[in-house]
Write a protein that binds this ligand. Sequence first.
Ligand code: ATP
Ligand code: MG
Length: 360
Amino acid sequence: MSNIILTGDRPTGKLHIGHYVGSLKRRVELQNTGDYDDIFIMIADAQALTDNADNPEKVRQNIVEVALDYLSCGLDPNVSTIFIQSMVPQLTELSFYYMNLVTVSRLQRNPTVKAEIQMRNFETSIPVGFFTYPISQAADITAFKATVVPVGEDQMPMIEQTKEIVHKFNYVYGETLVDPKIMLPDNKACLRLPGTDGSAKMSKSLGNCIYLSDSEEDVRKKIMSMFTDPTHLRVEDPGHVEGNPVFIYLDAFCRDEHFAEFWPEYQNLQEVKDHYTRGGLGDVKVKKFLNNVMQSELAPIRERRAQWEKDIPAVYEILKKGSERAESVAAQTLAEVREAMKINYFDDMALIKEQAERYK
Ligand code: ATP
Ligand code: MG
């Protein structure tokens, strides 16, 4: 069986370091292994419109931002197909058929959708499109026969939902769709990176992000004003590393070689954690180290972005080519789906003959 990846992001803002550790970095690594037959990276504009229907300009503007973030992180358009969701209309048609295989109560139980509805204060005025986006995600994944979906932890319920749809579809209409596997980050800190304000998730919608495209100075300012351990008031006080976003970012980003380069008093992160927990190590020192680590990770991304920014038409051309390719792959799957569902009337010579016989 082939190895196929599908994953993507909503163009609701520039990408941040949560996206990077949760999914983007992994995609680039997987791309570079050469182990995959096909890699599809989707800019989910149609999904972004489900909760931004009145703000199409925001979605439109952010498509190129997300594409620039992809290219600057090392996604290679010659290897990975980068495309725009709404440019592949087959995805909408698939979603419509899958809707018949899911109950309203099943959607209501989806914990991520529940949390997102609350976060957006939709209360009783939930757009139907938003409510059903897990179904459209199933269409995105299955249209490309994806076997692997590298995403952050918040996407777990979506992949479960997709698997259920695949099983139901194959049971009712015969073996057609491919069952995907979720691929979560190995590093626990990367499953759901918290915001700089200490809230549970760094999220474009919450304004607590360090963006991949932030300037060196912006990154420094954001790190130096990060939330830490509120009980660690004086340097000599014992501190807490659990749930402390500064240490969670270090868990996500720092490697032993960063100590030799930026903080030779320590050999590894555990020594810093032990000192902080004992007391006697101030937040400013830890934040300065984190800033050095982050800048060394982000500098090459920033440089590549600056290069791509000089040729925006080329970025759109990549998206156009990618969307054309994605459409041809999705069209093939849709043809198989239509055949399985017996709605391929004009391709089914046996059907036409059979009906003609009946009226002889
Ligand atoms: P929005 O608030 O518009 O939903 P978002 O910041 O949640 O935006 P998405 O486009 O929904 O971003 O998510 C894209 C991918 O990034 C998904 O795979 C998601 O799991 C992952 N991701 C998003 N935020 C984080 C985070 N803080 N930590 C780890 N992974 C994340
Ligand atoms: Mg999200």
